[in-house]
Write a protein that binds this ligand. Structure first.
Ligand code: 5AD
Ligand code: SF4
Length: 474
């Protein structure tokens, strides 16, 4: 999963709470899965009479939904807890809780931390939150960190941020046990939601005005309908058919399970976005084996070739870890070489962060910090150069279908949206189009991370060539 910046209390699409109802404020750290989990938590609490506070000072409950994948992510939460003291001093009855992967990892070690934390709840125990909060208001500390083999929150309607783009969790947990990764320990075993219920959610979201959904899972390729055994390609096809104008994306894939059937299904439906995030982690076969990734560089490259032979314009991104234990200069050079060979559109690049409880933890952390940092910087510099070259050479002059998201953050006179290949495009505001319109934009300039363009015209379906402009404000 990709790491996101902190997301403050999501705006909700449901009516504001009854006055007098307890108000909850939630902050989300980590990946998209956590973002959707926060919406699930708000869904559960809203159904139990809680309102959603937009600012911590208005809240009766402050929840931090946390990530444990790297030390740095945990450090940020601990620093944030320090700041929350201020609110607790002003309102002593305030309840502060830690949710998510860090709660699962550190458990009771978090309780009463700095006289602040009264609630610790892991990712499979969110149904208990209303009861635990009642107890917390009565002065009792609460902890619930059991992992489940069946919990998927399938029946919970997430309280979503208003907009055009929604996350849908289709499966939870991970059985891959990469040796560096804490996720199988904090999120437990893999389990999937029923296909029919996911498809129904896609249709409901379309009817509500959403125009793009991202199907989420730690490893979506392992999806299996619990009764029919339908696989992820079947699910993608069913979603694409059920809402033919909805853009369908997904995250994250594991290279070992990136099947031909999945690639062919992506190619077959115009509304399945041509973008794949395919984490490789390292370009060295020795390191990949140590990481228990289950593929070699050669096998990985064969998958990339297959994707590109079927979908020549499919964008690709990846995750890279720099400085995994025992990584030599030669291993590092192999990673740089892999980046040059694949030429990804983008990458998420991290320094190795040892996690207690994983297999690699026992092997130590022998690459010195300054070497890790230098290698990471080399990887970032190379990838930025490649992204820049791709955008300059391939994107300028192209006409892309762009889903309009709204005003650009930097300049409200400009608007922003994404291509089907997941690239951000900035273009002048146009009176005929609103948020949720699908338009054609010609690219005129580019940096390594952003495209800039001019509106050509509107379209009313991902494939229509002759359609008239539409302005669909959801
Ligand atoms: N150290 C650094 N990066 C990690 N990731 C997972 N665990 C670690 C770790 N211990 C990275 C991987 C994964 C992404 C979500 O986070 O690249 O794909
Ligand atoms: Fe972690 Fe590997 Fe599972 Fe991804 S596939 S969540 S890196 S164990």
């Amino acid at each position: 999963m990709l790491e996101l910046p902190v997301i403050s209390s999501p705006e909700t699409s449901t009516p504001r709470p009854r006055s007098g109802a307890r108000q909850v404020y939630i902050e989300t750290y980590g990946c998209q899965m956590n973002l959707n989990d926060s919406e699930i938590v708000l869904g559960i609490l809203h159904a139990n009479g809680y309102g959603v506070a937009e600012h911590p000072e208005e809240a009766d409950v402050i929840l931090l939904n946390t990530c444990a994948v790297r030390e740095h992510a945990e450090q940020r939460v601990l620093e944030r807890l320090n700041h929350l003291k201020f609110y607790k001093r002003r309102k002593p009855e305030l309840v502060i809780g830690i949710l998510g992967c860090m709660a699962e990892r550190l458990r009771s070690r978090l309780l009463n931390r700095k006289q602040l934390v009264e609630l610790v709840v892991g990712p499979d125990e969110y149904r208990k939150l209303p009861q635990l909060l009642e107890q917390a208001f009565a002065g009792e500390q609460g902890i619930a960190v059991r992992l489940s083999r069946v919990e998927t929150y399938d029946d919970i309607e997430p309280l979503r941020t208003e907009g055009i783009s929604a996350w849908i969790s289709i499966m939870r947990g991970c059985d891959k046990f990469c040796t560096f990764c804490i996720v199988p320990f904090t999120r437990g075993r893999e389990r999937s939601r029923p296909l029919n219920s996911i498809v129904a959610e896609v249709q409901r979201l379309w009817a509500r005005g959403f125009r793009e959904v991202t199907l989420l899972g730690q490893n979506v390729n392992s999806y299996r309908d619990p009764t029919t055994g339908a696989d992820f390609a079947d699910l993608l096809a069913a979603c694409a058919q059920s809402a033919p104008l909805m853009r369908i994306r997904y995250l994250t894939s594991h290279p070992r399970d990136m099947s031909d059937k999945l690639i062919d299904t992506m190619a077959a439906y115009p509304n399945i976005c041509k973008y794949i995030h395919l984490p490789v982690q390292s370009g060295s076969n020795r390191i990949l084996a140590l990481m228990n990734r289950g593929y070699t560089v050669e096998q990985y490259l064969e998958r990339i070739e297959r994707i590109r032979s079927v979908m020549p314009n499919c964008a690709l991104s990846t995750d890279i870890i720099a400085g995994f234990c025992t990584e030599t200069e030669e291993d590092h050079q192999a990673t740089l070489e892999l980046l040059r060979t694949v030429r990804y559109d983008g990458a998420y690049m991290f320094k190795y962060s040892p996690r207690e409880g994983t297999k690699a933890w026992k092997w130590g952390d022998d690459v010195p910090e300054e070497v890790k940092l230098r290698r990471l910087n080399e990887i970032i510099a190379l990838q930025q150069q490649i992204s820049y070259e791709i955008n300059q050479q391939r994107e300028i002059g192209q006409v892309h279908e762009v889903l309009v998201e709204g005003p650009s953050k930097r300049n409200p006179e400009q608007w922003q949206g994404r291509t089907d290949t997941n690239k951000m495009v900035i273009f002048p505001k146009h009176p005929s189009f609103g948020v949720g319109s699908l338009i054609l934009v010609r690219i005129t300039a580019a940096t390594s991370a952003t495209l800039f363009g001019e509106v050509v015209r509107g379209i009313d379906s991902p494939t229509a060539a002759e359609a008239l402009p539409t302005a669909t404000e959801p």
